[in-house]
Design a protein around this ligand. Structure first.
Ligand SMILES: O=P(O)(O)OC[C@H]1O[C@H](OP(=O)(O)OP(=O)(O)O)[C@H](O)[C@@H]1O
Ligand SMILES: Nc1ncnc2[nH]cnc12
Length: 283
């Protein structure tokens, strides 16, 4: 039975957003809706224009017999500002302050709406990169990794701090975390990452960057490449950072434990993201 255009548009939009960055052939949609490819092409123009107008992303067209369309997540600059401002408001609440200048983050990292914002922001920042997998380190990076992975349509690999029999044989390295001020161990299951993978590292916090640098070192053992590093909150750090390139959403500039204030600014996101949806030239 032929499907009405309105129904096709809703289903196509849903399908494309459920399969980010995956090439979907016109034949797939034509068969799904018993419609001519010319009608599907017209539908896809409407979907693409609406995605771009609403700041959801874009559709990339791949010509040829093996071609099709893929949904590429994106964001408009103004919307990215709103999301980062909202995250900043949540993080800077004075009741988050813990002894030692730490911030209580567990509720934020478990808030599906806020994590969705984080996922959207990082996916838009790294959507143009070839990424096979998102990597993070237990524990607090896991929610962020899943949020980003959902938007980029890739799996998540979690580096552990301890070895477990259920991981099979593993590779481990030692590293120094500035946040905990101790030497720690990182462990990754050998079968969790294919040799030569392109990996996006994400984490909730970065001080000296020892943890991020540790993950980079671990990747070398798998002949894998770092496609990027995304950090939710970087903390202004006195000494030299142990990694060179990263994108952060927020920057913890200081805490006053007595006055109960938390200094939070926007991170380097707007300096590092090459372009936003409303600024991309080709349509
Ligand atoms: O840049 P660095 O100085 O290396 O610090 C950053 C690391 O510290 C935090 O982990 P934490 O030790 O709190 O562990 P958790 O995620 O298990 O709570 C955070 O999640 C980072 O992984
Ligand atoms: N929750 C946190 N607050 C402040 N600094 C941190 N470094 C790592 N985690 C942190």
């Amino acid at each position: 039975m032929k499907v009405k255009r309105s129904e096709r548009l809703i289903d196509m939009t849903h399908y494309l957003m459920e399969h980010p960055r995956e090439l979907v052939s016109l034949t797939f949609f034509a068969d799904r809706f018993q419609s001519a490819k010319s009608s599907i092409s017209e539908d896809l123009v409407i979907v693409k224009d609406t995605f771009e107008l609403r700041g959801v992303g874009t559709l990339q067209t791949v010509p040829g017999a093996a071609g099709g369309v893929r949904y590429i997540p994106g964001i408009k600059r103004e919307h990215a500002k709103e999301l980062i401002d909202s995250l900043r408001t949540h993080v800077s609440h004075s009741n988050r302050l813990l002894p030692g200048g730490y911030l209580y983050m567990t509720d934020i990292l478990g808030d599906i709406h806020l994590m969705n914002h984080v996922g959207k922001l990082f996916a838009a920042a790294f959507a143009d990169q070839k990424i096979d997998v998102i990597m993070t380190v237990a524990t607090k990076g896991i929610g962020i990794a899943h949020a980003v992975a959902r938007y980029l349509g890739v799996p998540v690999v979690v580096v552990r701090r301890d070895s477990k029999v259920t991981e099979g044989s593993t590779v481990s390295i030692n590293y120094v975390s500035g946040s905990s001020k101790r030497i720690q161990t990182m462990v990754l299951s050998k079968r969790s990452l294919a040799q030569g993978s392109r990996v996006l590292i994400v984490d909730d916090f970065m001080r000296a960057g020892g943890t991020a640098a540790g993950m980079k070192n671990l990747l070398e053992e798998f002949s894998a490449t770092v496609a990027g590093v995304g950090i939710f909150i970087e903390s202004e750090y006195g000494e030299e950072r142990l990694i060179d390139n990263w994108i952060s959403l927020l920057n913890l500039t200081g805490v006053d434990e007595k006055g109960k204030t938390i200094g939070i600014e926007t991170g380097n996101y707007f300096d590092q993201v090459p372009s936003f949806l409303d600024e991309k030239k080709e349509r």
